[in-house]
Design a protein around this ligand. Structure first.
Ligand code: MN
Length: 238
């Protein structure tokens, strides 16, 4: 069994190379009994499972083949694609995980999450997150026309981009106390979101930050059932 962890692909029709990189990854792991875990921001924006487009159809088609070959796809939402749900995933038997999920692999307790909740120093973002993730609001927006949701998402992205110009590097990273607290109960924490791929050691535990998908490479993580394996990030080229 191969456990594969990726995050922050930010797929969109504007960057076909990233889409190609993802489809190539599915191909490369198709015959490896893979459990693929996508830890959020799979897509650069997600306005609803009722959105369809040819570039997305191609991805779904490859995912169908991937799961038909005996592999699994697990997804937990990021801040960009939190509206992605079961209707989309059901097309290829993908499974929606809660925002935080605990796994047990090779005798290790592993916690996976997108990572934005750990950035507690970014107070304005946490406030925004609380509002936008409110189930009532999400339900309300779901009933709005796709074109309205698309305009809204574009507005949010612009606002977020502007706000980031005035935030320091430290504020946008994870808070060390938040990390300490979640590491207490596990051996390993895997997350994305900050786009700062690295493996950090803390109190004899590890925090693995997956990389965002850049022009032609991404830092991904592959784990096996071997308890003696050395855990390191792998560079995926496309
Ligand atoms: Mn993110």
């Amino acid at each position: 069994m191969t456990y594969l962890f990726i995050a922050d692909l930010h797929l969109s029709p504007d960057h076909p190379r990233l889409v190609r990189g993802f489809l190539d990854l599915l191909n490369a792991y198709k015959d490896k009994h893979t459990q693929l875990y996508i830890l959020g921001d799979w897509f650069n924006a997600w306005i609803g499972d009722d959105y369809t487009a040819p570039w997305l159809d191609e991805i779904v088609e490859h995912l169908k083949q991937f799961t038909k070959a005996g592999n699994q796809v697990y997804f937990l939402v990021g801040n960009r694609d939190f509206a992605l749900g079961k209707d989309f995933l059901n097309q290829f038997s993908g499974q929606l995980l809660p925002d935080v999920k605990l796994l047990n692999i090779a005798g290790k307790k592993i916690r996976i999450e997108h990572g934005d909740e750990l950035c507690t120093d970014d107070v304005s973002y946490q406030r925004f997150r609380k509002i936008i993730r409110n189930p009532w609001l999400v339900g309300f927006l779901r009933k709005m026309p796709l074109s309205f949701r698309a305009r809204l998402a574009q507005g949010f992205r612009k606002k977020s981009h502007e706000a980031q110009q005035f935030k320091s590097y430290e504020v946008m990273d994870v808070n060390q106390n938040a990390v300490k607290a979640v590491l207490k109960d596990v051996d390993l924490l895997i997350h994305g979101h900050t786009h700062r791929a690295n493996i950090h050691n803390m109190d004899g535990k590890k925090r693995i930050v997956l990389g965002d998908w850049k022009e032609d490479t991404a830092q991904i993580l592959e784990i096996s059932n071997d308890p003696k394996q050395e855990i390191q990030l792998r560079t995926w080229h496309y």
